[in-house]
Design a protein around this ligand. Structure first.
Ligand code: AMP
Length: 510
């Protein structure tokens, strides 16, 4: 049993039902999707790709993205969907780390050939069309024999060590996530539609699985991204949409509803369920969202290492404003999802009393198999099956978890994780830079902005523009500092560690 069976099952039961849409236009029925993915699987096999081989996806959202994912699983391959905003150099590092053989791209994201890749296919090319050409009988193309414990999705997450780590997500992890979605987050019916406004390479794409389980429709907006007016119109045209959105995107949808003077009933025509997570949602923001758009929100907390499965703050909790602890609840990230246990522990993994802040640990079938080729990091992250999330939180007597702080230094800007160490390492390579410390600065629109404190080498004359150009050449645009502050020394403790809390305090006091 693998994720590929989910497609086979739908193709048997409802071959003619719409499955993938581009905007409002039909791209594939379940039968066509299976015929194309099966076609791709057989051609990948003919080309010599073996079960367990890695294939990278470095592309913007595209209807063929889903056909490729399921084609890879049909052939027993490991999909490596990477963030389309990464710098090609970062993607090449990932490709080398996991030994990826082929890559599917879109030319806007990857205009040049990537190094160390055997074959790079543009999703919009004739070559891709030929690889995805439907076979007459998809059921005649055998599904690769894979185990539920085999890796399906290699999810690269930046580590605090500065280099990304490949989270091995197994078919079981993702199946667990998919089944749990229907119980904890939102039951899905066949006529429902999930829209991929956020990147398919991340949580939004992972939610394709529960929607395929229910035979729902998968919609890639014509713009390929987040255009609030387009999403409202699309929902009105094809029926209410469900989506996963970072809090920043939720804010933009609410702005749009206000601008169009829509009532919650109007919003219900466009949106069934909006699942938010990935970054903090402030109480005033979710209250405004509920007021403007109605009770169609659910919050989840998870991380790449336990994808989309951690806690959930349900639609009912968010609507229950008469509850005596309502404000505390909507400020929380909810209760443990059904497939996992969640605890708050001290550094030794011992339970802390209710209300005390400690590290959030999670155990269950959604927890990753480990980091790719990195047993040391795996041993630190998972102990006795418990995933140490690096997030800090506190539990209340009813099981509601409040996130107090993320793993201290992580910066989340517009829903994207930025690891300061990676930016610091890049800046340390810039000529004239002696020392650097990168921290997040609160920002009303993006959540946080990246700020770099820089100490120059004696006599060096380095401009902000030069550092910006250096970052542009080395790392993804969204990770670049928005602001540089030149200082003569960094504050440090007795062990020589930079005191980032002090730097953050300087930012808020200026
Ligand atoms: P990623 O591995 O990219 O999915 O990022 C996971 C991290 O995002 C978590 O470890 C948290 O620090 C943060 N995060 C996830 N969900 C939430 C949430 N609902 N509220 C606040 N932060 C969150």
């Amino acid at each position: 049993m693998t994720l590929a069976h989910l497609l086979l099952r739908q193709a048997r039961q409802r071959p003619d039902s719409p499955a993938i849409l581009e905007g409002a236009a039909l791209h594939a029925t379940h039968g066509q999707w299976a015929a194309r993915s099966a076609g791709l699987a057989s051609r990948l096999r003919e080309a010599g790709l073996q079960p367990g081989d890695r294939v990278l996806l470095f592309a913007r959202n595209h209807p063929r993205y889903l056909e490729v994912l399921w084609g890879l699983w049909w052939a027993g391959l490991v999909a490596v969907p990477v963030n389309a905003k990464l710098h090609p150099r970062e993607v090449e590092w990932i490709a080398a780390n996991c030994g990826a053989r082929w890559t599917f791209v879109t030319s806007d994201v990857a205009p040049e050939p990537l190094a160390r890749i055997e074959r790079q296919i543009d999703l919009e090319s004739d070559e891709a069309a030929a690889l995805l050409a439907p076979v007459p009988d998809p059921f005649a193309v055998p599904l690769a024999e894979r185990d539920l414990g085999d890796t399906a999705w290699l999810f690269y997450t930046s580590g605090t060590t500065g280099r990304p780590k490949g989270v091995m997500l197994t078919h079981r992890n993702l199946m667990t996530m998919g089944l749990g979605y229907h119980v904890d987050v939102d039951p899905v019916a066949q006529g429902d539609a999930i829209v991929y406004a956020a990147p398919i390479s991340h949580g939004a794409g992972i939610y394709a699985i529960p929607h395929l389980m229910a035979g729902a429709r998968h919609v890639v907006p014509a713009s390929g991204g987040v255009d609030p007016a387009e999403l409202f119109a699309l929902g009105r045209a094809i029926g209410p949409l469900s989506l996963f959105a970072a809090p920043t995107i939720v804010g933009r949808l609410v702005d749009e509803a206000e601008q169009q003077a829509l009532s919650p009933a109007d919003c219900a025509q466009s949106f069934k369920t909006i699942v938010y997570g990935g970054a903090p949602m402030y109480v005033a923001d979710i209250q405004r969202a509920l007021r403007v758009m109605g009770p169609r929100f659910v919050q989840i907390y998870g991380q790449g290492e336990t994808p989309m499965v951690g806690t959930v703050l349900s639609r009912a909790d968010l609507a229950n404003s008469a509850h005596p602890r309502y404000l505390a609840r909507i400020a929380s990230i909810g209760v443990a999802q059904t497939p996992v246990r969640v605890r708050v522990t001290d550094a030794e993994g011992r339970d802390l009393p209710l209300g005390e802040i400690g590290e959030i640990v999670v155990k269950g079938d959604s927890v990753m198999a480990g980091y790719w080729a990195n047993p040391e990091a795996t041993a630190v992250a998972v102990k006795d099956g418990w995933l140490f999330t690096g997030d800090m939180g506190a539990l209340d007597a009813d099981g509601y978890l409040t996130l107090k702080d993320r793993s201290k230094d992580l910066i989340i800007s517009g829903g994207s994780n930025i690891y300061p160490r990676e930016v610091e390492e890049t800046l340390l390579h810039a000529p004239g830079v002696a020392e650097v410390a990168v921290v997040g600065e609160p920002d009303a629109e993006w959540g946080e902005n990246v700020v770099a404190f820089v100490v120059l080498q004696a006599g060096a004359d380095v401009t902000e523009a030069a550092l910006d150009a250096h970052c542009l050449a080395e790392i993804a645009r969204f990770k670049r500092p928005k602001r540089y502050i030149f200082v003569s020394a960094l504050p440090k403790n007795n062990y020589g560690k930079v005191l980032k809390t002090e730097l953050r305090a300087r930012l808020t006091s200026t």
